[in-house]
Ligand binder design. Structure first.
Ligand code: MOS
Length: 729
């Protein structure tokens, strides 16, 4: 009955495909609906706002602007959330100042969504506009290391080593801004109860973050507000921080003393966080035989004028390959936009894109096969932190990927179509394997069904399923006997679902609470069976819902009939494993791709993608593979499609829709293959499992870029790489 390691189907699958899974906007109470009006300028102030026509419109229940924000929301109010970067968080309706184009400046609440939306168009706004510079490139002279956290320390003597290298490259790589675009738009449904308390259904990657925000801004404690989030329709980081619809719906509900729902439109989904545009400068040098001698990675990224959003970008260049002389620099420059936000493998995606392109360029200079070059520069400890890894089976990934892809004979594989150029590229990927503190509770009922609760989330990754598998295995019961509940501030504390750490953090807590339950049941059994009082715990086994001792079995339900009510429920808080301190934990992968480029039209296609990952114990190969596939599709989109375009004159996103912001679709995706190699890890956490939600997107854009070079002899040092770039290069 082992569940861990099985391709268990999603336990919430039937709910999802039958439409029974309720997302934040699926709550069916009688709601007023809220629609937000957004600023059409990026910088300046509102000189007049006339809401009279909107107020008079049919069905309108209330309008909120900076003119009528309750005084109590202005002073000694904390607008931060657990993931706020340094700076001052945006405060909706706080004053007449405009900080970015798309800023919410008025909220219309009406009986129906359509009434609210229509009425919002009747509001007349007059602005006083100020001049500003709209893009990263125009603001580069304001870039500063003081705004950014310090990267890993420099080591050795970069300058000297670079000068003495046999082969060197100096290259610049650029990435455009990307938006998260989860399938489910952000939404909040607030139920206003007769006693003034609230139940808030929010789209969020961890209900604790919404509660912290509501507490700071509105002074609502856990006694007056409960935040729930049973299902999340994708988030990718966009739900790591509470977004403005939470503020809006809650403000309106409190002021109007009524249920209020606010759902963002797809266009409004472009009015908050994004993966920032960055510019990398890479300087690499190696010896004649391809040994890396010197590496310098400098990145400048955009942030807002009010918060200093930062990512760990350049540190990856000090980590992935053996190099004694390393120089890392990171700077931020403010632009007139909303604050960027973590997006799937934040920092890793960006840093490793530049590094893996540069490594490929250097290998080419030295005339060494790119896989061979990476093997030559392999490193088996963390040089940034001077620590050993908890485990690192990257060599096995290289070997298996080489074999599955057919890397050695790749040139013989290309189909000869006269109008197509074929190329092959590869990259290394990596992501952190962290563990955060997490708490859970467990109880058993008379039928022997276990309920396990934790305030964590399932953003589509499979939390419900994987936690059920872990619990079933540890308790020795079938998976049907487990009911895992999440997404409720009434449940024990959990970290946000992010950083690929949920299995590691919550999963380890689940494993431990089940272990505690077994001790509990053994104690009750011994207490009620005097013959067995001296039996050692280690001589007992637990399976099929029964305690077994010397081939005699006792069912859990029978034993627990003798237990007190308190004994039937157990709480547990799990701290990170010691290995999280003494060692560095990372998952790794190797990705290889085949591309074709049309000689005349420049059209780039990716017929084949192979990823081989090492991520410790894989709890569920099915959900894990889903994560890899999803992130590889996105990596392809990032390489060839996605580009958030800002009109620098107005600071407005020009392509805030799916027609013009291109994402990878079915027609872009051909053959994708993923595999995991065996990786034993007894240090990273008690389960030995590393997260895979983010790993597959790291390195992928570089592999495609390298393959395009292989096909065309052209280096396109920017993302996305478009057919125009091929033709113009
Ligand atoms: Mo992830 S960007 O931590 O949701």
């Amino acid at each position: 009955m082992l569940n861990i390691g099985n391709k268990q189907k999603r336990v919430d699958g039937p709910q999802k495909v039958t439409g029974k899974a309720t997302y934040a906007a699926d709550i069916t109470s009688q709601f007023y609906h809220a629609y937000v009006l957004q600023s059409t300028i990026a910088c300046g102030s509102i000189t007049a706002i006339d809401t009279s026509a909107a107020e008079a419109f049919e069905g309108v229940k209330g309008i909120f602007t900076h003119k009528n924000l309750p005084e109590r929301l202005k002073n000694k109010v904390d607008y931060t959330d657990p993931l706020s970067p340094p700076g001052k968080p945006f405060r909706p309706f706080y004053n007449d100042k405009i900080l970015y184009n798309g800023q919410p400046i008025a909220l219309v609440v009406a009986q129906t969504f359509e009434q609210a939306r229509y009425a919002s168009k009747l509001i007349k706004v007059t602005y006083e506009e100020k001049k500003f510079k709209g893009s990263l490139s125009e603001n580069l002279k304001n870039a500063s290391a003081d705004r950014a956290p310090e990267p890993a320390s420099n080591r050795g003597d970069f300058k000297k080593a670079f000068k003495n290298s046999d082969y060197t490259i100096i290259r610049e790589y650029r990435q455009s801004r990307n938006y998260h675009n989860p399938m489910e738009p952000h939404a909040t449904s607030v139920e206003y109860k007769s006693d003034g308390s609230l139940v808030v259904y929010d789209k969020i990657q961890g209900v604790a973050s919404s509660l912290k925000y509501l507490n700071g801004v509105f002074g609502l404690g856990a006694d007056t507000v409960q935040v729930k989030s049973d299902f999340v329709g994708g988030a990718f980081g966009s739900g790591l921080r509470p977004q403005y619809q939470l503020f809006m719906a809650t403000l309106a509900a409190l002021e109007l003393k009524h249920n209020v729902q606010m759902v963002m439109t797809r266009a409004q989904m472009f009015s908050f966080g994004y993966r920032p545009e960055v510019i990398h400068t890479m300087k690499l040098g190696c010896s004649k035989d391809g040994i890396l001698q010197a590496l310098s990675h400098k990145t400048v990224g955009e942030t807002s004028t009010f918060e200093d959003f930062n990512e760990t970008i350049v540190d990856w260049s000090g980590l992935l390959y053996k190099c004694e002389n390393v120089n890392l620099e990171y700077e931020l420059t403010p632009v007139q936009s909303y604050t960027p936000l973590d997006m799937r493998a934040p920092g890793g995606v960006s840093g490793v894109y530049a590094l893996e392109c540069a490594i490929d360029e250097l290998a080419h200079e030295a005339g060494i096969d790119p896989l061979e070059f990476r093997r030559k520069n392999y490193v088996d400890y963390d040089q940034n932190e001077d620590k050993p890894f908890t485990s690192k089976e990257l060599m096995a990934c290289y070997a298996r990927c080489e074999e599955v892809f057919g890397w050695k004979n790749r040139k013989d594989l290309s189909k000869t179509e006269p109008h197509l150029l074929t190329g092959y590229g590869m990259a290394t990927g990596s992501w952190e394997a962290l563990q955060q503190p997490a708490s859970v509770s467990l109880s058993m009922n008379e039928e022997g069904t276990f309920t396990i609760k934790c305030a964590t989330a399932d953003i589509g990754t499979g939390t419900y399923t994987v936690m059920s598998q872990i619990a079933a295995d540890k308790l020795g019961v079938s998976i049907e006997k487990i009911k895992f509940m999440l997404g409720d501030t009434a449940f024990p504390d959990s970290p946000i679902e992010g950083g690929s750490w949920t299995v590691s953090s919550v999963g380890s807590a689940v494993a431990s609470v089940c272990e505690k339950f077994k001790y509990r049941i053994a104690d009750v059994w011994k207490r009620n069976n005097p013959d067995y009082q001296a039996v050692a715990f280690g001589d007992i086994s637990f399976q099929k819902g029964k305690l077994e001792y010397r081939s005699k079995t006792f069912s859990f339900t029978e034993i627990m009939q003798q237990a007190s009510k308190e004994e039937l429920s157990i709480a547990h808080s799990e701290s990170p494993a010691e290995g999280q301190n003494t060692h560095s934990g990372y998952a790794h992968c190797c990705v290889m791709v085949e591309v074709t480029v049309d000689k005349d039209l420049g059209i780039i296609k990716v017929p084949r993608l192979v990823n081989v990952s090492a991520a410790g114990k894989i709890i569920n190969p099915k959900t894990a593979e889903n994560q890899l596939l999803g992130s590889m599709v996105w990596g392809l989109g990032m390489a060839l499609r996605e580009e958030g375009m800002v009109d620098t004159r107005y600071g407005r996103v020009m392509n805030a829709n799916f027609a013009e912001y291109h994402i990878a679709v079915n027609a872009d995706i051909h053959d994708i293959h993923t595999e995991f190699v065996e990786e034993k890890d007894d240090k990273v956490n008690p389960l030995g499992a590393k997260g895979v939600g983010e790993l597959g997107i790291v390195g992928l854009a570089a592999a495609i870029s390298n393959a395009i070079f292989d096909a065309t002899g052209k280096r396109l040092r920017k993302l996305p790489m478009l057919l125009d770039d091929v033709l113009e290069a």
